[in-house]
Design a protein around this ligand. Structure first.
Ligand code: ATP
Ligand code: MG
Length: 150
């Protein structure tokens, strides 16, 4: 069943440092997602720990928090039919060595940690993560001008 859905995406510090912001956003737009919120910010350690709290027992947690606070990130909200799974598909597998050719991680990730992008893994996660980064009033509720779409 197809239904209009929202998901939260991030461009991680490695991809910003490497100059890939424009190419990543272009691929997202070309894939038919509507960007309804967008901001750049630099997470504090406490914010990164809160965002990834579900991974706090994992061996890579401290390294992940250190990486995610190493530079600015871009957070965005995407809208599309089945946006959560559609954007996970566009990103490719967590480990770029296992990501399908042409996916964002196959194209732009360096390794399993510095993997360029994030996307919510379920509609529930999407709701939590969108609220983490965006007050509802900062999300577009009017139709996107056609000049911003492909
Ligand atoms: P994300 O949540 O960032 O979209 P994901 O859902 O594909 O990625 P998760 O299992 O949620 O993967 O892991 C969160 C992030 O933690 C990964 O994107 C990656 O940056 C890092 N990570 C995951 N597994 C490892 C690992 N084995 N070693 C180092 N870092 C890892
Ligand atoms: Mg995840």
């Amino acid at each position: 069943m197809n239904r209009l859905e929202r998901t939260l995406g991030l461009i991680k510090p490695d991809a910003i440092e490497a100059g890939h912001i424009g190419k990543i956003l272009d691929q997202i737009i070309q894939a038919g997602f509507r960007i309804i919120g967008l901001r750049m910010l630099h997470l504090t350690p406490a914010q990164a720990e809160a965002f990834y709290h579900m991974h706090r027992e994992r061996p890579f947690f401290h390294s992940l928090v250190s990486f995610m606070t190493s530079g600015p990130i871009i957070a965005f909200v995407l809208e599309k039919e089945n946006a959560v799974s559609a954007y996970r598909e566009l990103m490719g597998a967590t480990d770029p060595a296992k990501a399908e050719p042409g996916t964002l991680r196959a194209l732009f990730a360096q390794n399993i940690e510095k993997n360029a992008v994030h996307g919510s893994d379920s509609p529930e996660s999407a709701r939590r993560e969108i609220a983490f980064f965006f007050p509802e009033m900062e999300l577009l509720s009017v139709k996107t001008p056609s000049s911003l779409l492909v």
